[in-house]
Write a protein that binds this ligand. Structure first.
Ligand code: PBG
Length: 342
């Protein structure tokens, strides 16, 4: 060990010593550029039919399919984790697990006014009205083939007929009390069609969180396990974006903004931080990032092997999304992070 550093001035001293600002934890906090707060987190949760059902998702340890009764309990618990007595700092995005016998080719359960999502939204808003509830608009949980849209006999995903169904779905979610509808299907023109329909039906205050730059990603694998919604044929590359493209993301957000989106989203997050950054500088709307299931699974798996410091890796990953420009983060770590930040 060397003796404590000498304070004598030497002529070779650099004038700028960036390490001065890193010397103590207090100094580092003082000059910190980005801070993760629980207010920015949106917690995606999976709801399933029945009662007293709590089934862990194998490829997403710590995430469950909840029946409505247990989902409400969990939401009440997580809502208490808000900082500064904010009643509901963690908000919710909902995904339904639909039994195979209720799926069909055209996803008719998606707009059933008494469907699983619609009932769940009603129950949450009744129990804790301040909570922001965001519902996913896409057909994949509801279709036998697992695609986000209607499919013709050649296996082509049909755009405009799909948009008509998505509009019905969004309206039924708005009627149930959703604060935001979140089209995740990547059909052309769906944001505009949904906005017009919502306005025409008087839902002028229901917002649209648009999955604008949603890539065809292998990182969605565990989510599709969670919903049993993996496509039965082909892939999603004719509607979700090509991972190699960046400028196309700017085109997609420009269209969604013109069509009435309130918040735009980039998805996945970690492998697409450059896209978050470019999107942020191209718009003044809030930008959301989706820390998707595969990103969650990788951290959980490495942590279970004892290969990484789970807590630090979670915080570092989510902070990188904020640094890239995300205002909001959808993350399965929301509850864990809320506990860490308390
Ligand atoms: C449905 C949808 C998907 C995700 C969110 N909404 C799956 C997909 O597009 O195949 C993925 C979320 C995740 O992986 O965490 N369209």
């Amino acid at each position: 060990m060397l003796p404590a550093s000498s304070t004598t001035n030497k002529p070779s001293n650099p004038l700028q010593r960036p390490r001065r600002l890193r010397r103590t934890a207090t100094l580092r906090r003082m000059v910190r550029e980005n801070t993760l707060t629980v207010d920015d987190l949106i917690y995606p949760m999976f709801v399933t039919e029945g009662e007293a059902q709590l089934v862990e998702i194998a490829s997403m340890p710590g995430c469950y399919r909840y029946s409505l009764d247990l989902l409400l309990k969990e939401i009440a618990e997580v809502s208490e984790l808000g900082i500064n007595a904010m009643p509901t700092a963690v908000n919710y995005a909902l995904f339904p697990v639909i039994p195979e016998n209720k799926k069909d080719d055209t996803g008719t359960q998606s707009y059933n006014p008494e469907g699983l999502v619609q009932q769940t939204v009603k129950a949450i808003k009744q129990a804790i009205p301040e909570i922001v509830v965001i519902t996913d608009v896409a057909l994949d949980p509801f279709t036998t083939h697992g695609h986000d849209g209607l499919v013709d006999e050649n296996g082509t995903i049909l755009n405009d007929p799909t948009v008509e169904v998505l509009v019905k779905m969004a309206l039924s979610q708005a009627a149930a009390g959703a604060d935001f509808v979140a089209p995740s299907d990547m059909m052309d023109g769906r944001v505009g069609a949904i906005r017009k329909a919502l306005d025409a039906e008087g839902y002028i205050n229901v917002g649209i969180l648009a999955y604008s730059a949603k890539y065809a990603s292998a990182y969605y694998g565990p989510f599709r396990d969670a919903l049993d919604s993996a496509p039965k044929f082909g892939d999603k590359k004719t509607y979700q974006m090509d991972a190699a493209n960046a400028r196309e993301a700017l085109k997609e957000i420009e269209l969604d903004i013109a069509e009435g989106a309130d918040i735009i989203m980039v998805k996945p997050a970690l492998a697409y931080l450059d896209i978050i950054c470019r999107v942020k500088s191209a718009t003044n709307l809030p930008v959301a990032a989706y820390n998707v299931s595969g990103e969650y699974a990788m951290i959980k798996a490495a942590a279970q092997m004892g290969w990484i410091d789970e807590k630090q890796v979670i915080l570092e990953s989510l902070t990188s999304m904020k640094r890239a420009g995300a205002d909001l983060i959808l993350t399965y770590f929301a509850k864990e992070v809320a506990l860490m930040l308390m």
